[in-house]
Design a protein around this ligand. Structure first.
Ligand code: B12
Ligand code: SF4
Length: 624
């Protein structure tokens, strides 16, 4: 240990990454660790290099590694620097740690976080500037580790730690028993990181998403996912009252608008999930929250309670529509696994479902892929559904990583889903190339290049079409008797945008549906303003679409996989509600009126009043 470097003074830093799905949030794992270490009497500082990068405090180009290391060293004379990693940020963390060691040889360096899953020994064997890896939960391991270093002792026998002895031998101590009761975790040490408002300045006003460490781990072991193994195949939840308190505390946290419950398995403990909903309802459902879940864990009754309790969004890992592919990836889906049931139940309860599918899993050929895309297309017909498509990255620490890490390779022009916006500097690329097995989060499953490029194109282009043109897509598919994959291929072969494709090859019905899709997307992007009442001037809040076919009836038929498209002149009003976009069929005269508005108050015939009042109560106009 170098002069003056006190191992009881520790700095824990979240590694830098550029892509954050458009969010900027303080890392809850570090906030918990900070609280734990303070309570145990350590002098602890926290740093979030992802925040620093977003805020422009450190450089994002080739200087990323150097400026990150410098930033950490300038935070003071810390005896220990810990780096919190994901697979995506493992190379940059290794590179930063090397520079720290070069510039300040006395600093002890420890790694932790999900990025160390399955690679703890290899990290120590190959990079002698890393002193230890704390595996899994940090609350008990980290204070014990710092205590040992503080006392000048080694880490022999510290459960949960992999470390290097003085003679260079790497030792893997037994796993640490996890906290029996998650209520033991410390409150978030928010004072050790920038305020939430500073985070939100990076991504803008609308992003008020704030993470809550609501539960940890998963008992499953899906072949593409590291979560089960990182948390020792066990799922625990924060006790109901504590969880409700932590969500409700956000009411007083400036910048917080919605809570992001981090546990990947909301509903695995159904009684807990139901009791949490009941507790939030009892408190008046004061704060909106969202979760990640398996769709066989959320039944209709639970979804109904979630909707009433402030739950507004749920991410479902659907992975594939094909039972064989699901089985091959060890999803262990229950017999009642039914994505469309979950989607419809969410919609009925005002919850936005995000369906996440993994493309290119073992066992997926054209037929299975088409089935997945058809499922997405059907689901997208239900208002408000979001589709998220990913390519498999065989990360270390999961079944596919074990099987394919040595064969898998990055592919130019196909960014790895598990590591978007990372691995861009020369220092990282050199590490990734030299240690493909350690950094396989950047690689793709070994498959023909053409196939991988097509999957990448599907994952980038189709979610947007499902979101903004769900009806025209479904109509084109069903009316031409092809599946979604074949339709995608025809569109790609034709080139151009989806709109250009429909204009060139769609019939009259397809064009009308496209207009409806387009107007709905535009209305959806508008900010919802509830009628304030009281004003004099009636203004339309709805946009009118006129068609020669009964579009609402057709949309219902498409949901059932058929269409009749009976010719009939209809007018529909597309408008925004608190829960999303709604479409109302309107009489031609009312459509004319909506299109004529606003009229001056003086010129408003009195006999129109009742009609306008009806339109107002339907949410189609607003008095201002
Ligand atoms: C919140 C979250 C985010 C937030 C980040 C918010 C933030 N600032 O933390 C957002 C939405 C921005 C995000 C982004 C991404 N994420 Co994310 N995210 C999560 C999520 C849901 C929760 C993380 C969390 O806080 N957990 C709770 C805390 C308590 O656990 P923890 O962080 O692991 O911390 C504990 C221990 O790990 C340990 N510990 C943590 N750090 C350290 C450091 C040291 C030194 C030590 C000793 C110990 C230690 O102690 C803590 C307390 O016990 C996890 C899934 C999950 N449930 O964990 C995925 C997860 C971490 N994300 C993941 C991924 C892949 C990403 C992305 C790469 C996705 C992408 N396509 O871009 C991006 C990252 C961008 C990038 N380019 O790197 C993966 C990582 C997989 C892996 N093996 O690396 C996970 C596990 C989800 C998954 N699908 O498997 N993510
Ligand atoms: S994908 Fe979901 S269910 Fe499967 S191991 Fe990961 S967290 Fe668990």
């Amino acid at each position: 240990m170098g002069d003056g470097l006190n191992p009881r003074r520790a700095l824990f830093a979240y590694a830098p990454h550029a892509d954050t799905f458009g969010y900027s949030m303080p890392p809850p794992g570090l906030l918990r660790l900070g609280g734990t270490l303070e309570a145990a009497g350590f002098e602890v500082s926290l740093e979030d290099l992802a925040y620093r990068l977003g805020a422009g405090d450190i450089e994002g180009d080739e200087r990323l590694v150097g400026s990150s290391a410098e930033w950490l060293l300038e935070r003071g004379d810390h005896g220990v620097i810990g780096l919190s990693t994901m697979g995506a940020t493992l190379p940059v963390s290794v590179a930063i740690a090397r520079l720290i060691r070069e510039r300040e040889p006395g600093v002890r360096i420890v790694f932790g976080g999900p990025g160390t899953t399955g690679v703890d020994e290899a990290l120590l064997e190959r990079f002698d500037w890393i002193d230890a890896v704390a595996r899994g939960e940090g609350e008990e391991t980290v204070p014990e580790l710092l205590g040992r270093w503080g006392a000048g002792a080694d880490l022999s026998g510290v459960a949960g730690v992999t470390w290097r002895e003085a003679d260079g031998t790497v030792r893997r101590e037994p796993d640490r028993k996890q906290l029996a009761d998650l209520d033991e975790v410390a409150p978030y040490a928010r004072h050790l990181l920038p305020p939430l408002t500073a985070y939100k300045r990076i991504t803008g006003e609308a992003d008020g998403l704030t993470p809550i460490d609501s539960g940890r781990g998963c008992a499953y072991d899906c072949s593409f996912c590291t979560i089960g193994r990182f948390w020792s195949r066990r799922s625990r939840t924060l006790p109901v009252a504590r969880l409700a308190d932590e969500v409700c505390e956000l009411l007083d946290l400036e910048g917080a608008r919605n809570a992001y419950l981090c546990h990947d398995l909301f509903g695995a403990d159904r009684d807990h999930a139901m009791a949490f909903c009941e507790e939030m309802i009892r408190r008046g459902s004061p704060f909106p929250w969202e979760v990640r879940a398996r769709l066989d864990h959320l039944d209709d009754e639970l979804l109904e309670a979630m909707g009433r309790a402030g739950g507004y969004r749920v991410l479902f890992g659907v992975e594939s529509a094909d039972a064989g592919v699901l089985e091959a990836c060890d999803k262990n889906a229950r017999a009642d696994w039914d994505p469309m049931r979950a989607v419809e139940s969410c919609a009925a309860n005002g919850i936005t479902p995000i369906l996440s599918l993994v493309l290119g899993l073992p066992g997926e050929g054209d037929e299975e892929l088409a089935a997945s895309l058809d499922l997405c297309s059907q689901a997208a017909l239900v208002a408000g559904v979001n589709i998220s498509l990913h390519l498999v990255n065989p990360q270390p620490g999961c079944g596919l990583g074990e099987e394919f890490a040595l064969e898998a390779r990055p592919l130019d022009g196909v960014p790895p889903d598990m590591a978007l916006g990372a691995g861009c500097t020369r220092a990282e690329r050199e590490l990734i190339e030299a240690h493909p097995d350690l950094f396989s989060s950047f690689a793709l499953l070994p498959q023909p290049e053409e196939r991988l490029r097509e999957l990448a194109a599907i994952s980038h282009e189709l979610p947007e079409v499902f979101l903004s043109a769900p009806r025209s897509f479904a109509y084109m598919r069903i009316s031409s008797g092809v599946d979604s994959l074949a339709l995608f291929r025809s569109w790609r072969a034709a080139g151009g945008s989806w709109q250009e494709f429909i204009e060139a090859s769609g019939d009259r019905v397809a064009l009308e549906l496209l207009t409806w899709d387009r107007v709905a997307a535009e209305v959806g992007a508008e900010i919802f303003e509830p009628s304030s009442g009281g004003g004099l001037l009636p203004r339309p809040t709805a946009r009118v679409v006129r068609a020669e076919h009964d579009l609402p009836a057709l949309a219902e038929e498409l949901k059932e996989g058929r269409f009749e498209a009976s010719p009939e002149t209809v007018a529909i009003a597309v408008h925004r509600t608190q829960k999303g976009v709604a479409t109302t069929r309107v009489e031609p005269k009312l459509a004319d009126l909506l299109e004529e508005l606003p009229v001056e108050p003086g010129s408003l015939p009195e006999e129109l009043r009742p009609t306008l009042d009806t339109l107002e109560s339907a949410g189609l106009i607003r008095y201002t």
